[in-house]
Design a protein around this ligand. Structure first.
Ligand SMILES: Nc1ncnc2c1ncn2[C@@H]1O[C@H](COP(=O)(O)OP(=O)(O)OP(=O)(O)O)[C@@H](O)[C@H]1O
Length: 224
């Protein structure tokens, strides 16, 4: 099976060499194969966000190897990392981070336009994604006019707009009430399964974790 993400022996210490140095990752390793959806569980402050940022080439590890689609990015130039991030990785955060001055559909079109997709094609793909998660009727509204669950669904569509092979999500429904979280998470999982992408999804919710293929726990800087 083809490998989509490999983290090998990742180490990260904040404030390295200072009295307040804090080692967050101390040899964390994981491999995600194509189509695999993995729950990342950890106590607050254990380093989930740090790990996801390193996996998504947003932050550098002190040691260890990050490979996406079999290409190793350790020591790669910023240009190469940015290109890989744009082409291969979709991010979803606890808060949607949609651009407030653009409509829902424009938010989903923007990453495609930045990638050189023509306006018409970008609009069509955005609409298809919004339909799949049940928010097509709100496409022309700005984020402020949408409910929290709707905003988060639009954020999922934006993360998947460029058909990345890897989705990294940090408590993607952590901001929603339990019932909404359950439905909105279902919409995300349906999209992920349909596209066959791999995903690493941080969650505190054991019920959501149980809906993924397996769970890894971040403990003492290691993934177990
Ligand atoms: N830039 C930074 N400089 C110094 N310390 C940091 C920095 N970023 C994070 N930390 C610390 O590293 C630890 C891990 O942070 P991180 O955000 O990765 O945890 P987390 O598991 O995502 O937490 P939560 O579930 O609460 O969001 C925390 O103790 C945090 O205070």
């Amino acid at each position: 099976m083809s490998e989509v993400l490999r983290l090998a022996g990742i180490e990260k210490t904040y404030n390295r060499g200072k009295p307040n140095a804090l080692t967050v990752l101390d040899g964390a390793s994981i491999t995600l194969n194509a189509g695999e959806v993995v729950a990342l569980v950890a106590p607050s402050g254990a380093g989930k966000s740090t790990l996801l940022h390193i996996a998504g080439l947003l932050d550098d590890a002190d040691a260890g190897e990050v490979a996406i689609g079999g290409t190793v990015f350790t020591g790669a130039s910023d240009r190469k990392r940015t290109a890989a991030r744009r082409a291969d990785v979709g991010f979803v955060y606890q808060f949607h981070h949609l651009l407030p001055e653009f409509s829902a559909i424009e938010n989903v079109m923007l990453p495609q336009l930045a990638d050189g997709v023509a306006d018409g094609a970008a609009r069509e793909r955005a609409m298809t994604l919004l339909e799949r998660v049940g928010v097509a009727s709100r496409a022309e509204n700005r984020p402020a006019a949408l409910s929290g669950g709707e905003q988060q669904r639009v954020a999922f569509c934006r993360a998947l707009a460029n058909a990345p092979r890897l989705l990294l999500a940090d408590e993607p429904t952590g901001n929603l009430d339990p019932a909404t979280s359950d439905t909105v998470f279902g919409a995300l999982m349906a999209l992920v399964r349909e596209t066959g992408m791999s995903a690493l999804i941080a969650t505190h919710n054991p019920e959501l974790a149980a809906r993924m293929d397996r769970t890894v726990r971040l403990e003492g800087g290691l993934l177990v």
